[in-house]
Design a protein around this ligand. Structure first.
Ligand code: HEC
Ligand code: HEC
Length: 325
């Protein structure tokens, strides 16, 4: 922190405290030239203002806060470059340059003294890691339990649900029913397959949907025709002549969506013959998809959650469409 900002903070902080102390001192001392209890001549809805002294308990409490502030500032100053008696410095928290910031993060991480988050993560790992392992692994510790077995274990599935709520619900919804662009995980329609292995792969490594844009290749008329054909695949009423022309154009789509339009989990191409629409079912939305393409991104969780937690959350996801009920 530069000397200017350091002084700036010191002046504002100390100035505010001194100012408040001065006001308090003045209120305690100054009788405004009238006796205690005298009428000050102000009246509000029949309530008159008297010149009463500040209550003692309140004054002492106020003085107490100054003493607290003085001790606190001496220990954790927050006063620019002054380090305080505990060696804490507010300027450690500001980003000066990217290199400096990286170096201070690395130093803090290796000493585990400053980065509270890293410390909490570590503590949580020691504290809960064992529980995650117990629920995700076979009793003899030899590798991960199969997904259907975890799904039948009510304690493990509860933990899986918690992990889902913390990490996945912002995109897939807290009920996992998804929203536009974010797939519903509770139904039987899968972009990448709903078998336990496919779900685990999706969550561990992430997925990127790659639906190309066809505006340039097909032109507006071409897109209109192929959209009509696409809509007809799920039983929608469309202009028959357009759909017929679109059917001939669909060969370029078949590479991913299949000749019958039923999709291909290997590339995450959705089934176009069902009533499930990831990006909306209106003609305008489907046209937008075909004109400009889509690229949904599912993040990879391998490095964030680790394979035990991924196994638990996968079991939860799998259970949503495979429960006995
Ligand atoms: C940043 C948003 C986001 C978050 C967070 C997220 N996802 Fe996804 N997820 C997506 C998107 C987008 C897709 C669809 C990818 C595509 O369009 O190809 C997807 C796809 C999936 C699929 C594949 C669905 C199918 O039909 O094959 C599964 C399973 C899944 N997510 C589970 C999870 C789990 C479990 C978590 C939490 C650990 C999670 N997701 C967190 C955005 C997210
Ligand atoms: C290279 C492979 C590929 C080709 C070729 C392709 N698609 Fe796609 N399409 C995809 C993928 C992958 C998605 C899912 C995108 C995502 O999840 O982000 C998709 C999504 C769609 C959707 C959205 C479905 C929904 O549920 O909202 C429509 C409609 C569609 N494609 C139609 C077409 C049409 C029509 C053509 C031919 C003109 C075509 N696609 C060609 C891969 C392809």
């Amino acid at each position: 922190m530069t000397t200017f900002w350091s002084l700036w903070i010191i002046v504002i902080t100390v100035g505010t405290l001194v100012g408040c102390a001065a006001i308090l001192y003045w209120c305690v001392r100054d009788k405004m030239g009238v006796e205690d209890g005298a009428d000050m001549g102000h009246e509000y809805d029949g309530i008159r203002e008297l010149n009463n002294p500040l209550p003692k308990w309140w004054t002492y409490l106020f003085v107490g806060t100054f003493i607290f502030a003085a001790i606190y500032l001496a220990m954790y100053p927050g006063l620019g470059n002054f380090k305080g008696f505990l060696g804490w410095q507010s300027s450690d928290q500001t980003v000066r340059s990217v290199e400096e910031s990286k170096a201070s993060i690395a130093a803090a991480q290796s000493s585990k003294s400053l980065v509270q988050y890293a410390k909490e993560l570590d503590d949580a790992e020691t504290y809960f890691g064992e529980a995650f392992n117990r629920l995700a692994k076979n009793a003899d510790g030899s590798g991960l339990r199969p997904i259907p077995e975890i799904a039948a274990d009510s304690e493990a599935i509860k933990v899986g649900q918690r992990l889902f709520l913390q990490n996945c619900s912002q995109c897939h919804g807290s009920d996992a029913r998804g929203q536009k662009g974010f797939p519903n995980l509770t139904d039987d329609a899968w972009l990448y397959g709903g078998e336990p292995e496919a779900i685990v792969t999706t969550i561990m490594d992430g997925r990127i949907g790659q639906m190309p844009a066809w505006k340039d290749a097909l032109g507006e008329d071409g897109v209109r025709e192929v959209v009509s054909y696409t809509l007809s695949l799920s039983g929608r009423k469309v202009n028959a002549r357009e759909a017929e022309a679109g059917k001939a154009r669909f060969v370029v789509c078949a590479a991913c969506h299949g000749t019958d339009g039923k999709g291909n989990p290997a590339v995450g191409a959705p089934d176009l013959t069902d009533q499930n629409w990831l990006f909306g079912d209106s003609r305008a939305e489907v046209t937008e998809t075909v004109m400009n393409g889509r690229s949904g991104v599912m993040p990879a969780w391998k490095d964030i959650l680790g394979e035990e937690k991924v196994q638990l959350v996968s079991a939860y996801v799998w259970s949503l469409s495979n429960s006995e009920k």
